[in-house]
Design a protein around this ligand. Sequence first.
Ligand SMILES: Nc1nc2c(ncn2[C@@H]2O[C@H](COP(=O)(O)OP(=O)(O)OP(=O)(O)O)[C@@H](O)[C@H]2O)c(=O)[nH]1
Ligand SMILES: [Mg+2]
Length: 454
Amino acid sequence: MYDHPIVAIATPLSPSAISVIRASGSGSIARVATRFSRARALIDAPGHTVVHGMVVTADGAPLDEVLVTVFRAPRSYTGQDSVEVSCHGSPAGVRRVYAELLSAGFAAAEPGEFTRRAFLGGKLDLTQAEAVNEIVRAQTARAHALALDRLDGGVSREMQEIRTRLIAVMARVSIQLDYPEEDTGEIVLDPAEIKGVRDRIVAAAAGFERGRLYQEGVSVALAGRTNAGKSSLFNRIVRHERAIVSAEHGTTRDYLEARIDLDGIPVRLFDTAGLRDSSAAIEAEGIRRSRQIIASCDLIVYVVDAAQGMSDDDRARLDELAEARPIVAWNKIDLVPDAAAAGSSEADASRYARVSATTGQGMAELHDAIVTRLLGDRDTETTGITIDSERQYALLNRAADALDEAVASLHAGMPADVIAVDLQDAIDAIGEITGEVASSEVLDAMFGSFCVGK
Ligand SMILES: Nc1nc2c(ncn2[C@@H]2O[C@H](COP(=O)(O)OP(=O)(O)OP(=O)(O)O)[C@@H](O)[C@H]2O)c(=O)[nH]1
Ligand SMILES: [Mg+2]
């Protein structure tokens, strides 16, 4: 099972220098050879070599000039015989070559099927398989580097160590269960030992918050009254005259969005319509939409016109938003260089920034305030592993809960079989993270989210 020949287009279908069609499974090399001008050369090619030739139809008509890379089992990504056909990157041409391979008896690959085969063939564990997908989806260099570390097995190693320690504890409980007559004393289990493993699991789970941040990114909204300089700040941050700026109040109607990279965190930055009571229908609608955006963002930068000072209106809006703990940007500081005293008695650097969208003054401080807030306490431990997968996070929590139960049972003097149940649950949960224990439903759900051809 899972070794029938499959094929997929592995690169996006848009005009490009080269596109890659990938095939794997038993007999895949011979099958490609039935549509290749130099069949013999391909069939005889050693693994990790490249054969030049033409893809041809069953009747021998040429379709494209290609390079075929040959991989022989078990030295391939999937562990099976595989080929990668590098064609010219014309979407129409790539489709013709692909169709020809289907007619040669290949099945179309399911999403993630290559990686699923790699997992089943013992080439990767589940954390590494997920890392493959995370690498493909990474939006910033930092997210990419973190995912690459997971592919290297950082998470796997930590999970193996945790599981080994739990199994050692379990072995002692099992002896007690199997030979109760041998030793009538208490179980030789130290709650502190279980607690130690539990803390390690919790630390790994904390790495999820960090992983999420870099992989999924966050949304940040610029909010404030009309004319405070939100659009000017937006343009300055995205380094592009993107939003219309004018001295007229109510310039921005629809909110604008830009994607930026803040120290490796992928950020969706929103410029919004200035908040004021407006009877004009279009502006009122823009404000309504902007409020929705502001409410849904992870972080709000509230822009105050420092030349005007903080108005009662600003104070009311800030009260409304208090729960979100907005960062307050005092803009137009170039007009009022001494305005610090006027505004922030609490000169807390993470909550206030004095900036000028016009001169660029204070932008680095604003940047730092935003990044500090986004990282919060998430980046305190920079050497720890990061986790991006909800699946892994849920399993870590399940394991930690089970160990909490085990510790509580120990303290309550429960019998060994009760403690064994919780220990086993924790061991299974950690085993599911790496895939040592995995059902086909888990695999279906996981690989279904991959790209075809990965
Ligand atoms: N001197 C000075 N003027 C600024 C600064 N930032 C913005 N302005 C001016 O303030 C006016 C309003 O700027 P915008 O960026 O359009 O303000 P906004 O908050 O987007 O306004 P709405 O879209 O109406 O809500 C423009 O005339 C800008 O040139 C600044 O830092 N210093
Ligand atoms: Mg604006």
